[in-house]
Design a protein around this ligand. Structure first.
Ligand code: CP
Length: 315
């Protein structure tokens, strides 16, 4: 079993319930991972993913090996048949096979480069490990998805929702750097598995990949989208059509207390890290309606559920 995308979840409702059970007794399965090793390979920076996934593995009694691949590993070649007479020192074929001998599960973080859309959509790094690793692979945020984050988001919403069919708004917000679409992509896919009034709001031109958004509702007027919302999920992403470009940095899209007043006393969510007073004002993120810290806490139980399922599957 691999955990690569939200599509790997057979029943979101069941998974959320199982994760909440793990949250109540996180050390219950401390023996499950005995003598098993999780290898975590980072091609990009991380705080939450690194520590929560490590904590999850430790809760299951696993050993953990972490490698910051970009600074510590050999530069990898991903193209089959490449003549490796320039920058890359090692082919993914050997690297993934070798890592698989040391680890029982390998987890990969490799962001989009945001230069070549086709290359990013092909998920070169993750696909390379999937092709050549001989152990289960977990996506710790790839070019196009962040399914561990979205599973944690689903757990957090389940804990905080006060009605069966809440209104959930994914809002674009400005950011000084070009960011990937991975988090909003997985959030959209996760919301499509829920019974909710789900609305995406962003400036015109900032549409996500239509193959992902499918028939999800898009509302270009942020104020209108916020009306009566129960959850506001803020996130920046760079332009998907003009791939990787920042074509809008309008501060009117920042989530402010005035905008939150349009909602049904909505909870504020963000995957973190967040740029204060750019994505969201201090007043909102510091308010009692902000659940970003609990959201980050739930990353552990999302990761633990995934690792547990993989370990149980391997029995
Ligand atoms: N949300 C998230 O993935 O955080 P990190 O990038 O710090 O891991």
């Amino acid at each position: 079993m691999n955990y690569i995308s939200i599509q790997n979840i057979d029943s979101l409702d069941k998974w959320v319930k199982q994760a909440l059970k793990i949250k109540k007794k996180p050390l219950k399965n401390k023996k499950l991972g005995k003598n098993k090793t999780l290898g975590m390979l980072f091609f990009n920076s991380s705080l939450r993913t690194r520590l929560s996934t490590q904590k999850a593995a430790l809760n299951l009694g696993m050993n953990v090996m972490v490698m910051n691949f970009t600074s510590e590993g050999w530069t990898l070649e991903f193209e089959d048949g490449a003549i490796m007479n320039s920058g890359a020192s090692e082919h993914i074929k050997e690297a993934a096979a070798v890592v698989s001998q040391y680890c029982d599960i390998v987890a990969i973080r490799a962001f989009a480069g945001l230069v070549d859309k086709e290359k990013d959509n092909a998920e070169i790094v993750l696909s390379g490990f999937l092709k050549y690793a001989t152990v289960p692979v977990v996506n710790m945020e790839s070019a196009t998805g962040h399914p561990l984050q979205s599973l944690a988001d689903a757990i957090t919403m389940a804990e905080h929702k006060t009605k069966h069919r809440p209104k959930v708004v994914l809002t674009w917000a400005p950011h000084p750097k070009a960011l990937p679409q991975a988090v909003p992509n997985s959030f959209v896919e996760m919301m499509q598995l829920q019974d909710a009034n789900f609305v995406i709001t962003h400036p015109e031109g900032y549409e996500l990949n239509p193959e992902i958004t499918k028939d999800s509702k898009i509302e270009y007027d942020q104020d209108k989208a916020f009306e009566n919302a129960d959850f506001i999920y803020a996130k920046n992403w760079s332009n998907y059509k003009e791939y990787g470009q920042i074509t809008n940095s309008d501060p009117n899209w920042t989530v402010t207390a005035d905008k939150m007043k349009l909602t049904n006393n909505a909870k504020f969510m963000h995957c973190l890290p967040v740029r204060r007073n750019v994505i969201v004002t201090d007043e909102v993120i510091d308010s009692e309606n902000s659940i970003v810290i609990e959201q980050a806490n739930n990353r552990t139980y999302a990761a633990q559920l995934v690792l547990q399922k993989i370990l149980e599957n391997g029995k």
